[in-house]
Write a protein that binds this ligand. Sequence first.
Ligand SMILES: Nc1nc2c(ncn2[C@@H]2O[C@H](COP(=O)(O)OP(=O)(O)OP(=O)(O)O)[C@@H](O)[C@H]2O)c(=O)[nH]1
Length: 878
Amino acid sequence: MIEKVRVHEIAKELGIASKDVLEKAKKMGLEVKSAQSVVTMEQAEGLANFIMNGEPIQEIQKEKESPKAKNDTPKKEEAPQVEKKLQETEPSTKETKEILKEEPSKSEVSQTDLKKDETTKEESVKDKAQIKSEKNTSSIKVVEPVAARQIKKTGLKIVKKKKPKQEEVYEAPKKQAPVSSYGKVSAEVLEELAQKKKSKQSSAPTRKKETGTKIDIFGGSMSEVSMDMDDQVTLLDLNSTERAPLPAEEPRKPRTPKPIGRNANKRQAPRGRRVSRDKRKKYIKPNQEEEIVTHVEIPEDIRVYEFAEAIKRPMSEVIKVLFDLGLMMTKNDFLGNDEIEILSEEFDVEVTIVDPKDAFNYEEDLAQDIEKDPDATKRPPVITIMGHVDHGKTSLLDAIRKAKVSEGEAGGITQHIGAYTVQQNGEAITFLDTPGHAAFSHMRQRGTDVTDIIVIVVAADDGVKPQTLEVIKIAKESGAPVIVALNKMDKETAQPDMVKGQMAEHGISPVDWGGDVEFIPVSAKSGMGIDDLLENILITAEVLELRANENAMAKATVVESSLEKGRGPVATVIVQNGTLKVGDYVVCGSSYGRIKALIDENNKQIKSLLPSYTAVVVGLNEVPASGEVMMAMESDKEAKEYAQKRHEYDRHIELSHSTKSTLEDMTSMIAEGKLKSLKVVLKTDVHGTLEALKESLSELRNDEVKINIISSGVGGITENDVELVSNSENCVLLGFNVRPTGSVKALAKQKNVDIRTYSIIYKLLDDITMMLTGMMAPKFTEENTGQAEVRDTFKIPKGMVAGCVVVDGKLVRGGMVRVIRDGVVIYEGELTSLKRFKDDVEEVGNGYECGVVISGYDDVIVGDTIETFKKIEQKISL
Ligand SMILES: Nc1nc2c(ncn2[C@@H]2O[C@H](COP(=O)(O)OP(=O)(O)OP(=O)(O)O)[C@@H](O)[C@H]2O)c(=O)[nH]1
């Protein structure tokens, strides 16, 4: 009797949907209708081959029609029988037979493999133990060789053929490209994959030879098949390169189902993890159509879903494997080293842990040790002026530069970092003008990165203020020397000693008090002490021995960036080493380009920029973030490569972050669901302001409302921005120092989009705070007016009149009412009418009788208490 097997059983064994098996079976010409349809073992075998390798085995179908073939019992067939059977098939299979003669049959291969598996079993266990111990001592994953792992595989499974070795007839597939460390496939990888696909297609005819061989995929009756390890039959690994070159005359042994590999002694093995590992095997069979990843480079911090993406396997499979290990992990959980190790083994993927930042760390790649550079010469100091709002930072800088910068500033507040170089007695000093508003605190911190000396401005008439303390903290953290400018000394109310005392309390002790910080009395208004301040700066710089090599490849830092009409992305940079020249190829974070122009602070085009000098760089492909390091490169290609890698990384982080914030945990998700948010599309003139505003806006939140910046960018308001806002609910378009143009305005009007533009940060923040408070649910307090006892009730057409006597306070009309029975509130609603005798009254005082009708409620009974109260809305603030 012919052994038969159902379609769904084949599907189950192959780990694919019955539907797909059915489809393939039909393509092969098998008469199957549903998942319950049966096929012979030979047909199953052919079908499996077809599904796995994409080649139908014609002879299976033919056999089905051949009475001889029908009478053959394929159970535990031996290779000679296979050959015999093939000789008996129709002439049309002649070609296949010839091919078969050329190559060893799969059955032969299988027997040898079984033997091989058995002999290598012990070795592989040993290997594994060794590898385990190695892995435990290292965070970098060293995955055992693919071949070793194949041998260890056990259980009922259909193993895919690994890439064949290069032979005359075989076209060797291209080497598997490691998947990008970010789980995303780079353009190069994609290209390689595309080529691989092509080569696969072109090699299809040669593969037909391989699949023309008859194999017993189930090794006997399906009824014998179960997931119990003792009954397991190991199927041929058609992908194994080891097995192909076996000689055809290899003696064949009958295949008997028996356990092999590391699970062979399952019963003796300790229970728990090992057992669950066996179970896991069924999850890790790769779908035939899926690409097999054999090597992957991943970052150390990787989430479950990112790992699944990297190895190109369904996330559910990865989660299942972890689950079977007793690890309840969700897709967003980070994998530890142990989990990565286990997963790499289970999915047969060699894992290399890499720091993704290494790929684009040009600063490190091109590190310049100025300290040891013999060609380094003296460079000017870079000064950052910091201080509390309105203590006179801009005025001081103006006084130094003899220019009135603050006059042109909107609202009188410095909006972003500016950088200027001044000359004092023939020596250059570069100043970074950092703004005083709290929104810029992290920009200030960034400013210290390139700062040699920090000047803390304190108004002598005002003393130490919160932002002064913040600045002291930043200065201490940066380790840069500090000079205190005691400003507004022209004022009568100036108390320099008071300021010195306050500063000393916070660890900034004046030199004349025995400390180490110079306190220079100045007046930005009168110009008093300015020279003294500059002299002191130069003396301090002298001590610092600031040096740079003008001939080195340029390294600069972006202090400010924006998108300018006609110029495109521009960045104000301060050179730290080398000389930045027009024509230089540069990389700057994720942006790169060739410097088209350098424009100095006086708006003049210059050819080159020396260390500690600042200028605006034109020629980048996109706006870089402030604080980003710009480096000159040998070629455009090199710069582009770094930038692209960084771009890819940034994108990954962005995606990763967005998933993280939305799925942090169930509880917070529920909470977020209740949370009302104001969506914001934000456009600003410069990058620094954008970041500062984003930070300040994100701080405007409480348990109930929050800001959700759905889009932000540097540059003018565009029609796209308007479209985005019009398609979102509760969304507002904010512009800072940018204005909508004619067509954008028209579209906004048409789409009813409200564009709010500002030029003063606190005005923007105030407005948004107002909007948010408007969105918050009103908060009410309750004012009880009085209570009355129900003494009688009368039914009327409109409901029930409760005849009451006021016992406390007064009953008031127009408010809310509650019915209390035995101390329990049984109803709360509105008071419909309040009457004294037949007259409607506004209120009824204590001790008086009245009639009360409650809207929609007529179950009042004698003895109830009726209470009137008012809800008073509270003013809400964030
Ligand atoms: N009398 C007097 N007034 C000064 C002096 N320096 C600055 N001011 C005034 O103080 C106010 C604030 O000065 P700014 O230079 O704008 O202060 P700032 O610290 O740069 O302020 P933000 O940019 O808002 O952080 C202005 O009205 C100045 O005219 C000074 O030395 N003497």
